[in-house]
Structures are given as structure tokens and as C-alpha cells.
Design a protein around this ligand. Structure first.
Ligand code: ATP
Length: 366
């Protein structure tokens, strides 16, 4: 009997449901092909649309289901015109609630060029991962800043030893895994502004202390402004990048821009116990419901989920399943047939799902 794993699925808003549908079809075909695990999908009515309908974006029951699941799989959340009474977006009610309550401190954003993608930069050497600290940094001040007499506004940066050490350690472990898989030395680049702010100098100091535990890895440092140039002109230099929350938010949008855009950018939010997997992009409301959104970022997020589950449930061939999805996406894209418009084709969302599935079905399991 294949082992069953519970997955809480949140299709969400905008293009969320259509891209989730394709990713779930791919996961379904892969689990049937391998026969070593079964994904028990538990769909959650959790979205900004739910907030519009009921006044609650995510019920306590849905939150409990996510907490009880082996992993959370999310499409996209957000309807820009629907706001909370204070005028702010509803999306954090879901995404930040999950991120903070479940301790999802690592924002893992792979940036990889798949041959066949039409993009401003087309460099097959681009293959690195941004590890964004997701629970502190400048964004720790969200809702906590001060505006004094309508004259002065302040937000405080929070960098803790514990928060920095755990993200650097996660980045170093990832660099080690990548080094083993690729048969070369690994490297972790620390991105900050340590020349200007004490908080970033402290981030770098803790990075150095943690990296003492990993003598097999190379160290590398870059100021975030220089990084804007390096990621465009010399992206092949990077392996794993570790970075504070706000800088991570910014550079993890620049990265995808160098490999075909947000439709090619998967992501994971992971902690020590829980993991949530979703494309890096938002709900793209202007193209929703037209079957033209690129589902590849979501399909690759599904592969990241299987990879992450493999560490927790060894022996189920979950990594093999993840590798099969990644290789099948690569083969499908390489043929340049049926790609969506954002990466140079005129295909459809469901057509991409069909194309990737056709490659998986034909694959010979060695
Ligand atoms: P958020 O603030 O929720 O992250 P956003 O407002 O920054 O979202 P996105 O929804 O990510 O914006 O969309 C940004 C742009 O990228 C839009 O022009 C959108 O149409 C395009 N886009 C995003 N995702 C995809 C996709 N999967 N396929 C094709 N185009 C996409």
C-alpha cells in the first residue's frame, strides 16, 4: 500500500485555481506512475474571495487543517480592490498568518533558466537559490511603526542572533545538498548593507559564525546595491544567497526577471516542522479565468514540496518524483511548443499541463 500524505490545498484567488489545477494534475500523474506514495488532497476554501463572501478569509478550521497536514500547497491569494476596514490588503490574513503561526522562516526561491524560455536574458548557467529570512528584518515592523505628529515616520529593523543563525544554517545545508548533487564545492553568499547599518553588520557577523560550522563551503559577501548588477551581469557566480527579509523580497523578484519572469519562479516557505509551497507570483487578476497564465512556477513548487517531504518521509521515492517533474518541465520547455505568452509562446494554461504530463507518462523509470 502506498503511504498517504495529507496536503492542504489552497487554490485561492485570480489565476490561483487554474494554475493549481494543472499542478495537481501533474502531481496526480507522478504519484500514480511511482506508486510509492499517495497525496490525500484536502481543499480549503481560503481566499480573499471568501473574505468578500463571508467576512473571514481563513477560518480557524482551515487553519487547523493546514497545521495538521504534512504540507500546504497554495495557488495565489489576492484581489486588489478588496480591502480590510483599515484599507490594507486581505492577503496577509492568510499568508502571514500561516508564515508566522507555523514558523516558516525560510523563503526559498530557486532561480533557474530552463532552455527554450524566451527571455531578455537567456543564460543556461543561471541556477541559484535565494534564501530569504521571512519572519524578521525590516518587515518585522509591519503594523508596528510610528508616525509622530504627521511629521516623522519610523519603522525598526529587527535582526536577532537566533533568527539569523537559523536562516544561515538552512542556506548552508541547502548549499551542501546542492554541492553533493552537482559534484562541486558549494557557496553561500551573504547579501546585506553591512557598510551602512549596524543591524546588517550584525547579520553578517552571525553569518560568519555559523559558516564556521561549514568549512566545506565557500563564503561570499555582496552589498545589495552591487547585487542588482551582479545578478544581471554575472548570475552564474551564485549558488545559494542568504538575505534579510526586505532585501530578500526585492532580489527574489529580480532573480525571476532574469529567467523568463514570475511564471517560471517557484517558491517554498519552510520552517523546522511545516512547509508551504506556492509560485512566487501573485494572483495576476488581469489574466485570471482566460486559461493563459503560466502554470510552470506552480508545477515546480509541487516538485519542491515533494523534495521537502522526502526528507521527512524517506523511502517513498518522493525525491525521485520531484526530479521527474523537474526533468519533464525542462524537456517540455526545451521543445518550445505550447508555451504560454509570458515565455514566448501562444499556448494555454491547460495545454502546458497536458504537455508536461505527456512527457511524464512517456518517461522510463530507470
Ligand atoms: P502580489 O502583490 O500578490 O505578489 P503583484 O501585484 O505583484 O502580486 P502578480 O500577480 O505577481 O503581481 O503579477 C505581476 C505581473 O506578472 C502581471 O502582469 C501578471 O499578469 C504577470 N504574471 C504573474 N504570474 C503570471 C503567470 N503565472 N503567468 C503569466 N503571467 C503572470
Amino acid at each position: 500500500m502506498p503511504k498517504s500524505l495529507k496536503i492542504a490545498v489552497i487554490p485561492g484567488d485570480g489565476i490561483g485555481p487554474e494554475i493549481t489545477r494543472e499542478a495537481v494534475r501533474v502531481l496526480d500523474v507522478v504519484q500514480k506512475k511511482l506508486g510509492t506514495f499517495e497525496l490525500d488532497l484536502q481543499y480549503q476554501d481560503t481566499s480573499v474571495d471568501r473574505y468578500r463572501r463571508t467576512g473571514v478569509a481563513m477560518s480557524d478550521e482551515a487553519f487547523a487543517d493546514c497545521k495538521a497536514a504534512d504540507a500546504i500547497f497554495l495557488g495565489a491569494i489576492g484581489i486588489p480592490e478588496v480591502r480590510l476596514p483599515d484599507g490594507t490588503e486581505v492577503q496577509p490574513e492568510i499568508v502571514l498568518r500561516l508564515r508566522f503561526s507555523l514558523g516558516l522562516y525560510s523563503g526559498i526561491r530557486p532561480v533557474k533558466y530552463y532552455e527554450g524560455v524566451q527571455s531578455r536574458i537567456m543564460d543556461p548557467r543561471i541556477d541559484y537559490v535565494v534564501m530569504r529570512e521571512s519572519t524578521e528584518g525590516l518587515y518585522a515592523s509591519r503594523n508596528g511603526g510610528n508616525v509622530v505628529h504627521d511629521e516623522i515616520a519610523t519603522d525598526t529593523m529587527v535582526i536577532s542572533r537566533m533568527g539569523t543563525a537559523r536562516i544561515v544554517r538552512a542556506a548552508a545545508k541547502l548549499a551542501r545538498q546542492r554541492a553533493a548533487a552537482k559534484g562541486r564545492r558549494g557557496k553561500v553568499t551573504c547579501v546585506d548593507k553591512a557598510n551602512i547599518l549596524r543591524s546588517y553588520a550584525f547579520f553578517r557577523k552571525v553569518y560568519d559564525e555559523v559558516m564556521d560550522e561549514f568549512p566545506d563551503l565557500d563564503r561570499d559577501y555582496a552589498y545589495v546595491d552591487a547585487m542588482m548588477i551582479n545578478m544581471v551581469l554575472w548570475p552564474e557566480r551564485y549558488d545559494v544567497i542568504v538575505v534579510e527579509n526586505m532585501f530578500g523580497d526585492i532580489i527574489s523578484d529580480l532573480g525571476p526577471a532574469t529567467v523568463g519572469g514570475m511564471g517560471m519562479a517557484p517558491s517554498a516557505d519552510a520552517g523546522d516542522r511545516w512547509g508551504m509551497f506556492q509560485p512566487s507570483h501573485g494572483s495576476a487578476p488581469t489574466i485570471a479565468g482566460q486559461n493563459i497564465a503560466n502554470p510552470i512556477a506552480t508545477i515546480l513548487s509541487g516538485a519542491m514540496m515533494l523534495n521537502w517531504l522526502d526528507e521527512r518521509h524517506p523511502g517513498l521515492e518522493l525525491k525521485r518524483a520531484a526530479d521527474l517533474i523537474d526533468a519533464s518541465v525542462a524537456e517540455f520547455v526545451r521543445k518550445k511548443e505550447g508555451l504560454t505568452t509570458d515565455i514566448g509562446g501562444n499556448g494555454t494554461t491547460s495545454g502546458v499541463g497536458d504537455g508536461v504530463i505527456a512527457v511524464i507518462e512517456k518517461a522510463k523509470l530507470g
